[in-house]
Design a protein around this ligand. Structure first.
Ligand SMILES: [Zn+2]
Length: 274
């Protein structure tokens, strides 16, 4: 039986000689508005992340296939299950690239991560997939499009791959930005803010998040404000449910409050760093 989930949203935008497609899973129920992207150039497709829940991963794949160009590769931005699980469900035949640190973590802990999510039932994949190709920071031209790969350390995750398309003023930042949804907080909020501040004064104008809709610099600034408020609240001694209540009250417009229950035990009870 396949679980029925709310329909995803797909947004496509032409940017010169490429089209950038963003596939966003539902903001409701078990879903946290996972945003995955396709860079469609003249002859091929480059994808970023693989969705979380199996039905969305399959729909994302079907959408990519509907564009009528081969999928050249998928980049996995980081090791969190909501970006990685779907790859096993729908992209096992595609070359998957990731940072070497992401690959070694998944080799060591990927099976445990899947086992920890047994409650998801058929929304989780049956098996895992380990990316086999490593990507290093630097520039690369793929199908005539310039890509800039960056390794961002200690923000929402220890190692994050961010991908710039400088010719298109577009920066695929995944979980550096939560666009319109509550952020997944870590103890590295201060450093995270520094990274976002660099983005604010960069030449990039369009920011592709890991959750929510494509964003502009206003949303980057809002994320900085959110992180600052969270740091202040932690500094004031708020923790766990008191912290959650404070953030929900301060940001009633942000969606996907389910994320609090994922990170609170990590942030306040030391369950794990990320
Ligand atoms: Zn995420």
């Amino acid at each position: 039986m396949v679980t029925q989930l709310p329909a995803p949203l797909i947004i496509a935008k032409r940017m010169g000689d490429v089209r950038i497609h963003t596939f966003i899973s539902s903001f409701a129920d078990d879903s946290i508005a996972n945003a995955t992207h396709i860079i469609e150039s003249k002859n091929k497709l480059v994808l970023v992340d693989g969705q979380f829940l199996v039905p969305y991963a399959k729909q994302f794949r079907a959408y990519a296939d509907s564009l009528g160009k081969p999928i050249d590769r998928v980049y996995l931005s980081h090791r969190h299950p909501d970006h990685w699980f779907g790859l096993a469900a729908a992209f096992s035949d595609v070359a998957i690239y990731a940072l070497p640190e992401t690959i070694s973590f998944l080799k060591a802990h990927g099976e445990d991560s899947l086992n920890d999510h047994w409650k998801m039932g058929d929304l989780a994949p049956n098996n895992i997939i380990i990316p086999e190709r490593s990507v290093s920071p630097g520039d690369e031209t793929i199908d005539g499009v310039k890509y800039v790969f960056k390794k961002i350390i200690d923000t929402e995750i220890d190692f994050l791959l961010a991908i710039g398309l400088p010719e298109h003023q577009t920066y695929i930042v995944q979980d550096l930005i939560y666009s319109g949804t509550h952020l997944y907080l870590t103890k590295y909020m201060n450093h995270w803010i520094r990274i976002l501040e660099e983005m604010l004064v960069s030449d990039y104008e369009f920011f592709m998040p890991g959750h929510g809709f494509p964003a502009d610099k206003t949303e980057v600034a809002r994320n900085i404000e959110y992180l600052s408020a969270a740091m202040q609240a932690v500094g004031d001694g708020l923790a766990n449910s008191a912290f959650k209540d404070f953030m929900l009250q301060r940001y009633p417009e942000r969606k996907c409050p389910g994320i609090f229950d994922i990170y609170l035990p990590r942030l306040f009870d030391g369950a794990s760093e990320f």
